[in-house]
Design a protein around this ligand. Structure first.
Ligand SMILES: CC(C)=CCC/C(C)=C/CC/C(C)=C/CC/C(C)=C/COP(=O)(O)OP(=O)(O)O
Ligand SMILES: O=P(O)(O)OC[C@@H](O)CO
Ligand SMILES: [Mg+2]
Length: 251
């Protein structure tokens, strides 16, 4: 499958800036302006990419909210789905994910079969993405909902072998995930092993709360750093800018 417009844009930006700063917006809100406000604030203060997703997503107003957000910001707005039912119109692309570290067929093929037809009929760009869940202290929503075991935090080679398999299956991006609100982010060794063994674009997120924590993960080879939960409590343009400069290692 050919690389689409949004993926090409992200790849070019990574080339230019070294790594990208992604802000994850929670769509589980009935407040019509919340998504718009959070997205606009992130865009004005150095974010490169807006992800929209939640392990639950029951917001029938989402297509209208995404359309409003697209009018307001010029950044790519990408769907980060917890399941096929979350495929709705308006996004620039979808991270078309497979939970490769799990052994639950529902997240290995079933959601993809159900979601794939929707993606095709919407004409939405898909970015084939391996999703790897790595242990981060306490149980996370993704672990609970997907019914899968995360990779042990002290076994970076285990995530590496999943990355190798995913690349051979044609996936171009890999998301190393500690889980939303994780106590500890994905250990740098997991990132470094996947970086050494594959050419996939590495996204990482979960529990990243300080710019320094983002910077060390970029140094280990991550190319897209995702932060979400932090911005639910903190609306701080200065801190957003600090993240952006810690991540944009090429300026
Ligand atoms: C390809 C399609 C259509 C779907 C892929 C479905 C897969 C493989 C999902 C992986 C497992 C899963 C449940 C992922 C959720 C990822 C996500 C959006 C996390 C962010 O949500 P949270 O922040 O954890 O949500 P809460 O804040 O509600 O806990
Ligand atoms: O909410 P946080 O902990 O920033 O995690 C972001 C993302 O990786 C969750 O899927
Ligand atoms: Mg969350």
């Amino acid at each position: 499958m050919q690389i689409g417009k949004t993926e090409a844009r992200l790849n070019a930006e990574i080339e230019k800036r070294g790594a990208l700063f992604a802000v994850l917006l929670d769509p589980d809100t009935s407040d019509d302006n919340a998504l718009l406000k959070a997205g606009a604030l992130a865009a004005e203060n150095g974010a490169d990419l807006l992800l929209v997703g939640g392990s639950f997503m029951g917001n029938f107003k989402l297509p209208a909210q995404v359309a409003a957000l697209k009018k307001e910001v010029s950044l790519p707005v990408v769907l980060f789905p917890g399941g096929a039912s979350q495929v709705v119109p308006g996004f620039d692309a979808i991270l078309f994910m497979t939970l490769v570290t799990g052994r639950n067929p529902n997240y290995l093929i079933d959601e993809q079969v159900r979601g794939g037809v929707l993606v095709k009929s919407l004409g939405m760009e898909a970015i084939p993405t391996a999703y790897e869940l790595i242990n981060s202290g306490k149980r996370t929503a993704v672990e609970y909902i997907s019914g899968t075991f995360p990779v042990p935090e002290n076994k970076p080679k285990l995530s590496m072998v999943h990355s190798i398999a995913a690349e051979l299956m044609g996936m171009r991006y890999v998301y190393l995930e500690a889980g939303s609100g994780a106590e500890t982010p994905v250990p740098v060794e997991h990132i470094a092993y996947t970086r050494k063994a594959t050419e996939m674009t590495i996204i990482t997120g979960g529990g990243i709360r300080e710019p320094e924590s983002a910077a060390v993960r970029v140094a280990a080879g991550a190319q897209i750093i995702v932060t979400g939960t932090l911005w639910e409590k903190v609306k701080d343009p200065g801190l957003l800018k600090e993240f952006a400069s810690a991540i944009h290692v090429k300026g």
